[in-house]
Ligand binder design. Structure first.
Ligand code: HEM
Length: 359
């Protein structure tokens, strides 16, 4: 069932979740007086917003201005992060991760139900987080619980208690993982150890609903990169990003005044029927182009290449080794108005069809 937000500032569309039969609705841009913000959900509006230099980053906690680093500092951080995520380290991490993923996949039972989150996604993502930040696995395991608090606060940005515990946990993680130009920092650790499993859980839940497409990927693993792109579009993660106008702008005919907040409903735009025919279906052969799951434009996710690499590397062994899984218990959804994900994904993994034939 969708969550029922008790906070009136949490809009009804923040209840969108993956197991709802209907898609997130797209509608014309409107000003929401309660949120005190413009709400954009059509693909063309969200794209225009991403491209407009007069809309700058703002805090997702609406109605509250928080200090963000100035543009020059942000640009410096971005360049530094992109350097630490260049193709050379990406290949090195991929090769290292690749050795681990098959080992863990081969340990998954085909006799008993397995939890794809705790038995597969989370340990591998934690390993990648330790690898990319240069900390030991033991330290990674030690910081895991704190990172969970930080991620929980991002999943429900309106919860004050979660925010307070995230602040303390963040400080602790930063002490262990200082910023360095060659490695990911503490926020990279949190994103990889916590957010990446959520993204994978959503993607796998979606694919499990389409067993024929799982089988096709099993037969043609070369399709995996394009399938990951479609799963990112369909299942997404963060519901919104926010901006504030630094000047009056005309956005596709809608007048946004200087100082007004704008909410970009990226998961709704990813399902806009004007852009993606039959948007509520997973179709690994789709080629309508870019989605917004990793942002777009000058503030798009610096780790997009890493996320795509990790998603493909971690998903590939499941597709190669097993036939289409079946869910053995209802998914318990976790998170809040920021993003939602399966707490666990209990499935039965059948042996791959050709292995079955050999027995
Ligand atoms: C795990 C899944 C991840 C998702 C779904 C994700 C998603 C996003 C999205 C949607 C944006 C755009 C925000 C906006 O336009 O306001 C963004 C920006 C960003 N992401 Fe990620 N991200 C992920 C992982 C990471 C990781 C691992 C890192 C660490 C290196 C990272 C670093 C950043 C940074 C630094 C920005 C801001 C870029 C800027 O302002 O120039 N992300 N991310």
């Amino acid at each position: 069932m969708p969550i029922k937000p008790s906070n009136p500032l949490i809009p009804s569309w923040s209840q969108d979740q993956l197991d709802c039969p209907s898609s997130p609705e797209t509608e014309a841009a409107y000003f929401d007086p309660l949120l005190n913000a413009w709400v954009l959900s059509k693909y063309s509006d969200v794209l225009a917003a991403f491209r407009t230099s007069s809309l700058v980053l703002s805090s997702p906690r609406l109605g509250k201005t928080i200090e963000l680093p100035d543009d020059r500092e942000r640009a410096r951080i971005r360049v530094e992060a992109l350097e630490s995520l260049s193709p050379v380290p990406l290949r090195r991490w991929r090769d290292k991760l690749n050795r681990e993923v098959y080992e863990v996949a081969d340990g998954l039972s085909t006799e008993k139900p397995v939890d794809l989150m705790d038995d597969y996604a989370r340990p591998l993502c934690l390993s990648l987080a330790a690898m990319t930040t240069g900390i030991s696995r033991d330290d990674g395991a030690r910081l895991y619980e704190g990172a969970r608090h930080v991620s929980a606060a991002a999943a429900e940005p309106y919860d004050h208690a979660l925010r307070a515990s995230a602040k303390a946990a963040n400080a602790e993680i930063r002490r262990y993982i200082p910023s360095s130009p060659e490695r990911l920092d503490s926020s990279g650790f949190v994103a990889l150890s916590q957010t990446l499993p959520c993204l994978l859980g959503n993607a796998w839940f979606a694919l499990i609903q389409y067993p024929l497409q799982w089988t096709e990927l099993h037969q043609q693993p070369a399709l995996i990169e394009q399938a990951i792109e479609e799963l990112l579009r369909y299942s997404g993660l963060a519901r919104t990003v926010t901006r504030i106008a630094t000047a009056d702008i005309d956005l596709n005919g809608c007048l946004i005044r200087k100082g007004e907040q704008v909410i970009l409903r990226i998961i709704a735009a990813n399902r806009d029927p004007d852009r993606f025919p039959q948007p509520n279906q997973v179709d690994i052969h789709r080629n309508e182009g870019a989605h917004f799951t990793l942002g777009s434009g000058s503030h798009s996710c610096v780790a997009a290449g890493l996320i795509r690499m990790a998603a493909a590397t971690i998903t590939r062994p499941l597709l190669e080794r097993f036939g289409a899984p079946t869910l053995v218990s209802p998914v318990e959804w976790q998170g809040g108005s920021g993003f939602r994900f399966p707490r666990s994904l209990w499935v039965r993994l059948p042996r791959a069809p050709q292995d079955e034939a050999r027995i």
